[in-house]
Structures are given as C-alpha cells and as structure tokens.
Design a protein around this ligand. Structure first.
Ligand code: ZN
Length: 278
C-alpha cells in the first residue's frame, strides 16, 4: 500500500517526520501536481519514490514559498515546470545560499545533504494568480497577500474544495514568524477563508478545518494588535524593534500558549513593519 492519504477525490497528502512536513499531490488525467519538494536532493528523491508508488503520471511542481523544507528539493524533479510566486524564485536566487548556511548551523546533521543539493529556482512564476490544467481538472494557484513570507501561495482544487495553505497555516506548532509580516497575515488568512469550504492542508502537521484557521488568525491578530498598541510608546522611549520587552512577551506567551522566543520573533517582525523597515 502506498503511504499517501486521500483527502479528496485524487487529492493526496503524505506526511514526513522531518519537521512534520505535509506534502501534496493532486492527480489529473494527464499529470500530477506536487506541492513542495522537501529539503534536500536526498529527501526529494525519497518523495519521488513515494510519488511513483502513487501514480506514473508526469509531474509538475509548485513551491508554496522559498523556505528550504519546501523548495530545496526542486532539482531532483527536473526536467519539469516548477511554479511559484515571482518573489519565491527571486528569494531563492538572492538568498538561497545564505538560507542554506543558516540551516546548516541550525541542523548540522543535514549539512552534507544540503551541501550536496543544487538550488533550482522555479521557472514559471506569477504575481497573483495562475491556473494549471492537469487534464480534466483545473487547479488554482493564488497569492493572497503577505503573511508567513511576502510570497506565500495557496493551491486550491475547486472540484474537491480542498486548499493547500503552505505555512500560512501551521498545525502542531506555532506559526513560523522568521520572515513574516504579522500585521498583514490576519487579512491574508481572511482571504484564504473566503476560498476554503473543505479541508485545509497546512505545510506542517495534520489537515485542519475553517475553525482551526479562524482560531490561528485570531492568535496572529492578537500579536498584531498588541504590537500596534505598544510600539508608539516603545519607539518614543528608544526601544529597539528587535528586542521586545519581556513583560509584553511573557504576557502574550501566556495568552497564546506559545514559547516566549516565538512570541518575541513575532513581535519583532511586527515592530519592524511599524518602523517601515520591512
Ligand atoms: Zn516556511
């Protein structure tokens, strides 16, 4: 039996233990759309083996965003079309090597595999919307605004009402804020909810529903609201955007149930937005 779970007719997910990642595969009559390519050439080859146990259709790929665990496996899938927001391809060209260096420091066990991986930016890019015909099935790719990054893409399968959210939605862990835009993220999730009637597949963790996304939207909105409320006074006092005050961090961490370092990073990114530096 293949290791994929069917969340809608011909819409599959496969979860991998590394970072609890969730990969998507959507089959049409003529080709299969693979959503994200994992972290390294080796991890991508494992995914390709799993994909070939599911279908012998030729593939086309979409990257939800540039983070290594979603896009660094691209090279193993060539030759094929690889789709993304234009900002994802640009970010990989400009910042891929430095992202790789950061990950090597963060996950030393992955260093050899990462250094053996050729970064391969997407070649089919768009700004707001693209549509893919998989053969008897249209799939929508949309950028709904800034959130987890400035170029997140969701994948919607209209005939099954399934939405792949990338890391705009995170299950099993708090959202990732390192490259985020917390002031914009809630509105972006609102646009996602406008288009989601069925299962919502996060970039990490288990499939969720609209209520889960609405709750995560409210959590991020709380961060944004506190940042907007407190920043003018902090800025007037010469407080640096990159080190939010401990009492504010602890208060929000208690309310949200997130680790203080996550809250601190979220607030820092919100403060940076309020300074106009991002
Ligand atoms: Zn990410």
């Amino acid at each position: 039996m293949h290791p994929w779970h069917e969340v809608g007719d011909g819409v599959f997910i496969r979860r991998y233990p590394f970072l609890d990642q969730t990969i998507g595969a959507i089959t049409g009559r003529d080709r299969v759309l693979v959503i994200d390519t994992r972290s390294t050439r080796l991890q991508a080859r494992e995914l390709i083996g799993d994909l070939q146990a599911l279908t012998r259709l030729p593939w086309v790929v979409v990257n939800t965003h540039v983070h290594f665990d979603h896009a660094f496996g691209n090279g193993a899938f060539r030759p094929c079309e690889i789709w993304s927001h234009a900002g994802c391809a640009e970010a990989m060209r400009l910042h891929g090597p430095s992202q790789r260096e950061n990950v090597v420091r963060w996950v030393p066990d992955l260093a050899a595999e990462l250094n053996d991986t050729v970064l391969d930016p997407p070649d089919r890019t768009f700004e707001e919307y693209a549509e893919l015909d998989l053969g008897g099935r249209l799939v929508e790719l949309r950028h709904l605004g800034r959130g987890h990054t400035d170029h997140d893409v969701i994948v919607r399968v209209p005939d099954t009402a399934t939405v792949f959210a990338g890391d705009l939605v995170e299950q099993g862990a708090p959202p990732g804020f390192e490259d985020s835009f917390p002031l914009d993220w809630p509105a972006t999730l609102g646009h996602l909810l406008d288009r989601a009637a069925g299962p919502i597949v996060p970039g990490h963790g288990d499939v969720v529903d609209r209520d889960f996304v609405a709750a995560q939207l409210a959590e991020i909105a709380l961060v944004a609201e506190r940042a907007r409320r407190d920043w003018p006074e902090l800025a007037a006092g010469g407080y640096p955007a990159l080190s939010p005050p401990r009492p504010l961090v602890d208060d929000l961490a208690g309310l949200l149930g997130w680790p203080p370092p996550v809250v601190s990073e979220a607030l820092s990114r919100a403060f940076l937005q309020l300074t106009g530096r991002t």
